[in-house]
Design a protein around this ligand. Structure first.
Ligand code: SAM
Ligand code: SF4
Length: 339
């Protein structure tokens, strides 16, 4: 790895030539669902209030990323970001930044029916809602809570409020919803939601991921290809987007597949993450983090924080290594990192 020259380095570059411009900010590690690919039934040891960044601290770090580090996309996530009381205010202050970043939210949709319009009014551009099944019994089995109606109401409210295109994220689990891809796609096409399947990744707190049983992108495509007349969209338009996109029956509607495990896209990655307790993570699978909270609370200037952030990114590894025999799952689960 070459040494970083912070006198000339402006954005969040790494030593392999990638530049991060898309910041995922986790607003809380808490959640009101217990999706089995994410966390155990009993939940986790949540971060305490003093450990969490305050609303002002979040906005300050986001503002440094946007104004000094070239970040132009902000996605708020968690845990469940709708559980964060200050969410609407944080979104409003983020959309007031110049240059104005794109601002979106990844959510399980519970409570979105109530907050969608306020979020739109605060300037939120889009939402991604996670929905893995349209069957109430499968939802209960997978998310361990009887809340599917709230999620569907949240989706409808997002559409009505104009948080569009509304995207839906789905994870398929063997023996649970692995045969339900077609009905989920049908549901989304009828309502104008953009569905993307995400391959299950080894990021669950219980370490239950098993390569031998995970549902692969190829399998999902096999279920959908003929029935929906899928054709790959122009690969050149994919850029750094993780989803491979396919038109349905000649378009314009599409379906996406994010094959992080079987077709990694690390070489094009433009992401950086900030955890709810103020740690920079250069990758979902990183085994190290860089602390911004301590210097922030010790009075560091914006320039000092930006400099630390650049140095943190420079160390990013070329790939996530899931497919290496030596792969070790990160200590923190997806819900604590910010998916
Ligand atoms: N609670 C919100 C939600 O569910 O959308 C935001 C946080 S969640 C960690 C973000 C996304 O990560 C969701 O779409 C979820 O399905 C996905 N996810 C969680 N654990 C995963 C895993 N082990 N593999 C793949 N995707 C996962
Ligand atoms: Fe909660 Fe999202 Fe994890 Fe499901 S995937 S348990 S909704 S954080």
């Amino acid at each position: 790895m070459t040494a970083i020259d912070t006198t000339t380095q402006l954005g969040l570059a790494d030593s392999y030539g990638r530049v991060a411009t898309d910041l995922r900010v986790s607003l809380t590690d808490r959640c009101n669902l217990r999706c089995s690919y994410c966390m155990p039934e009993e939940g986790l040891d949540w971060l305490s209030k003093p450990e969490l960044l305050t609303d002002d601290e979040i906005v300050r770090l986001v503002s440094i990323a946007v104004r000094q580090l070239g970040v132009h996309e902000i996605r708020f996530t968690g845990g469940e970001p709708l559980l964060r009381r200050g969410l609407v205010g944080i979104v409003a202050r983020t959309t007031e930044l110049a240059p104005r970043p794109q601002v979106s939210l990844t959510t399980n949709g519970i409570g979105l029916a109530r907050q969608a319009q306020a979020l739109k009014d605060a300037g939120l551009d889009r939402v991604n809602v996670s929905l893995d099944t349209i069957r109430p019994d499968t939802f209960q089995q997978l998310a361990r809570r009887d809340r599917i109606k709230d999620v569907i109401a949240g989706l409808e409210a997002a559409q009505t409020a104009g948080l569009t295109p509304v995207k839906v994220n789905a994870v398929l689990m063997r023996g649970v919803n692995d045969q339900q891809a077609p009905e989920l796609l049908e549901f989304c096409l009828e309502r104008g939601y953009e569905l993307r399947f995400i391959e299950q990744m080894p990021l669950d707190a219980q370490h239950g991921w098993n390569r031998a049983t995970m549902v692969t992108a190829d399998e999902i495509l096999e279920q959908l290809a003929d029935r929906f007349g899928l054709e790959p969209t122009d690969a050149a338009t994919r850029g750094s987007a993780p989803a491979e996109s396919f038109t349905v029956h000649g378009g314009p509607q599409t379906v996406g597949i994010i094959a992080s495990v079987t077709r990694p896209f690390c070489g094009d990655c433009d992401r950086v993450r900030l955890t709810a307790d103020g740690q920079v993570r250069d990758c979902l699978f990183a085994r190290t983090e860089s602390d911004l909270r301590t210097p922030l609370r010790d009075g560091a200037s914006d320039e000092e924080l930006a400099d630390r952030w650049r140095r943190a990114m420079w160390k990013k590894l070329p790939g996530h290594g899931i497919n290496d025999p030596s792969f070790l799952q990160p200590t923190r689960p997806m819900s604590a990192i910010g998916g």
